[in-house]
Design a protein around this ligand. Structure first.
Ligand SMILES: [Zn+2]
Length: 282
């Protein structure tokens, strides 16, 4: 065949017309020729590599092609032999993959995209995180990790530095002066006692709050007005007298003013004590 460059405009257009008229037949012929002779298509690829790659890159951006590729990818990844191969590859190239991942996550554009996505999906991500942490195997792993001496040391140091930040100090102070903050701090104290004596508190902060709010700030024992914030949590059976593993429900605690609470000390008050003692001794 004579090359296009050698032809006059008229001949070129004649050729073009012929091509469009017989396009399907010509393509079919070419296809057969290439399929029967892989060397031809290989040679064509070698000679036109950049052109082909560019063409593919443009084509791959079309939505319908994208969808097709995605579907194919999914099916491909689910094949057993592929899964096996991928697993083997990961096993053999552990270090390489680790480095690649690290480099990728260090890229600024990746970091920024991550930040953006986090802001958009914050609630969803946090719920998922919380659910993940609740899994028994994760809980166990976390606990083991936190028990390591070097981790403990690092954490302590970090917390110390963190609490020194002025902004954090201020926020902490502000929080501790709100009613919610005060109650929360008391609750932390409760947990500490719980740990010491190995008793269990089976009521929520909300239950306790509603109990306190119901008093309208009056101490039920001396009937003096103290204010909601100043009422303290009284264990009707003192923690020191409770057996190991004793469960305090919301019925086993009450709000008292500080003075009544300290006067009561370790005695079990009469009006509640008898019932509770019966439970204890049985
Ligand atoms: Zn009182």
């Amino acid at each position: 065949m004579i090359s296009n460059k050698m032809l006059t405009e008229e001949e070129k257009s004649k050729r073009r017309r012929y091509y469009y008229k017989n396009k399907q037949r010509i393509l079919q012929q070419q296809r057969e020729k290439y399929n029967n002779n892989p060397e031809v298509s290989k040679r064509y690829y070698r000679n036109n590599r950049d052109k082909i790659l560019l063409r593919d890159r443009i084509r791959n951006k079309k939505p319908e092609i994208k969808l097709k590729r995605k579907k194919y990818r999914k099916e491909y990844n689910q094949r057993l032999e592929v899964k096996e191969h991928q697993k083997n590859y990961r096993e053999e190239n552990k270090e390489k993959i680790k480095i690649q991942k690290k480099e990728y996550s260090q890229k600024i554009e990746v970091k920024n995209r991550g930040k953006e996505l986090y802001i958009i999906n914050k609630n969803k991500i946090n719920i998922r995180r919380r659910e993940y942490r609740k899994r028994p195997e994760v809980k166990k792993r976390t606990k083991e990790y936190e028990q390591k001496p070097e981790v403990k040391k690092r954490r302590k140091l970090y917390l110390k530095e963190y609490s020194q930040i002025d902004n954090v100090k201020l926020k902490k102070k502000e929080y501790s002066q709100t009613q919610k903050g005060r109650l929360a701090i008391k609750f932390v104290g409760l947990r500490r006692k719980e740990k010491l004596k190995r008793v269990i508190h089976k009521f929520t902060k909300e239950e306790w709050t509603s109990l306190i709010v119901n008093t309208k700030g009056m101490c039920p024992m001396c009937n003096k007005f103290i204010g909601i914030d100043k009422l303290t949590l009284d264990h009707i059976i003192p923690i020191s007298k409770a057996p190991k593993g004793f469960i305090y429900t919301i019925e086993d605690v009450r709000p008292l003013c500080k003075s009544c609470n300290s006067k009561k000390n370790n005695f079990i008050s009469k009006e509640f004590g008898n019932i509770q003692l019966a439970i204890l001794t049985n």
